[in-house]
Write a protein that binds this ligand. Structure first.
Ligand code: GLU
Length: 437
């Protein structure tokens, strides 16, 4: 049985899967390099610091042979990129997507380094990916892919080396399989090898919604910065998967009218606001936001151009580009996804006076609670949900305040300020350790 042949599996798989198509012009690694270059220039660092930080410390590409349910064998490709170890072990998600390529994984790994440094989480960045469209494979096929990929990258992962987590196209079940495969090979259960695990297997309370919670903490702070009360604000959310879905719900709970939502199949809009709880029930039933009664259809590609105060791109990279940035009307853009805005688009938004809260700050809630999960797993001592939520809020708002102040004092965009703060922290650690040998 393929995932697509069962209604229940469709809704679960789709909501956790790729939410938008990456544009042909997308070049996340070039974007990541250009942001690093700008930060190095602002900080006045030596050229070798750019070279050091533009390059991943370690990369592994593996073949993942998969026995399909019909007995045929297919060979997939997987990567794990560990961008930096100066501040601690590497950390970052694992993506199952047909768009995965090594350069994309490199960019995503670098962004993880900045995210961890900015939030003062003691890790360097990593990212993994398998080039596969998970919607086209059965659950048991995905289990075999995950276990074989884990065994191939086994020499470079571990609770003190590199700790994977969910990302586009993977979920807590994927993490349970990785944990089990790693543990079986180690001869004992190793809870700290992955985060984003099911609660029953050492996952943390609050991890599943952590990225969305973090997005909403900084979104509300950014709206306040612009003098916008939540109840006087409308929001458009792109993507209704792991990040967008709960972000839309938390925004609605805070009093924001969520007037437009999209997923990979299309979008919907309603001037009076969409009932997110009803929409979630509709998505659980049908696998998509499309066709939600009480809302008009909307071309998913046009969601970013909606007339709203807050735009939350929560799908994939490079969706706000030079060709559509001038038509983005939101006063505040909060990047739930990694790399949704290209550098050219950034310049257009900045010239138009729009406030962009960058991904490395806005969506860092996931890795913050991953860190909490790793701490809890390593100590075998579990925190209450209230503890997790309070500590997450404190870290997100603390980082928001640091970035806001740094930007204001130096007349920088929030993105430049966040990247500079992160690069500064990694460079400091690197200098104090010294270059070996
Ligand atoms: N994949 C998530 C991200 O991009 C979470 C990573 C983690 O928790 O390690 O931030």
């Amino acid at each position: 049985m393929t995932a697509l042949s069962s209604g229940a599996a469709v809704s679960e798989t789709v909501s956790e899967t790729v939410s938008e198509t990456v544009s042909e012009a997308a070049d996340p690694l070039a974007d990541a390099h250009s942001r690093l270059r700008a930060a190095i220039d602002v900080l006045g660092y030596e050229e070798h610091m750019y070279d050091m930080l533009a390059t991943a410390r370690r990369e592994m590409t593996v073949s993942v042979p998969l026995r399909r349910d019909d007995g045929t064998v297919e060979v997939l490709t997987g990567h794990r990129v560990q961008h930096n170890f100066s501040r601690g072990p590497a950390k970052g998600g694992l993506r199952f997507s047909p768009d995965v390529d090594l350069d994309e994984v490199r960019a995503l790994a670098m962004w993880m380094t900045w995210k961890c440094a900015l939030l003062d989480v003691p890790y360097g960045g990593a990212k993994g990916g398998v080039r596969i469209d998970p919607r086209l494979y059965s659950t048991s096929e995905l289990e075999r892919v995950t276990r074989r990929y884990t065994s191939e990258i086994m020499p470079i992962i571990g609770p003190e080396q590199d700790i994977p987590a969910p990302d586009v196209g993977t979920d807590e079940q994927t993490m349970a399989w990785i944990m089990d495969s790693y543990s079986v090979s180690s001869g004992h259960t190793v809870l700290g090898v992955v985060t984003g695990k099911p609660i029953s297997l050492g996952g943390s309370l609050g991890r599943a919604t952590a990225t969305s919670r973090g997005v909403v903490h900084v979104a509300l702070a950014a709206l306040a910065e612009r003098g916008l009360a939540p109840t006087a604000s409308r929001a458009a959310v792109q993507g209704f998967g792991k990040v967008g879905r709960s972000a839309a719900r938390f925004l609605a709970e805070a009093g924001v009218a969520v007037t437009a939502v999209s997923d990979q199949y299309g979008g919907i809009r309603a001037d009076g606001g969409i009932d997110i709880v009803d929409l979630e029930a509709h998505v659980d039933r049908t696998g998509t936001v499309v066709g939600f009664p009480g809302a008009e259809p909307l071309d998913g590609d046009l969601l970013v151009e909606e007339d709203v105060e807050l735009l939350v791109p929560a799908a994939v990279e490079c969706v706000i580009r030079a060709d559509n940035a001038a038509r983005v009307r939101a006063a505040v853009i909060v990047e739930g996804a990694n790399g949704p805005t290209t550098p050219e688009a950034d310049r257009i938004l900045e010239d138009n006076g729009q406030l962009v809260v960058p991904d490395i700050l806005a969506n860092a809630g996931g890795v913050v609670v991953s860190y909490f999960e790793w701490v809890q797993a390593n100590q075998a001592y579990w925190w209450s949900e209230d503890d997790v939520e309070a500590r997450l809020r404190e870290r997100m708002l603390g980082a928001w305040e640091r970035v806001r102040l740094y930007a204001a004092q130096r007349d920088l965009s929030l993105r430049s300020a966040a990247t500079c703060l992160a690069v500064e922290s990694v460079a400091q650690a690197h200098r104090r350790r010294g270059l070996y040998p």
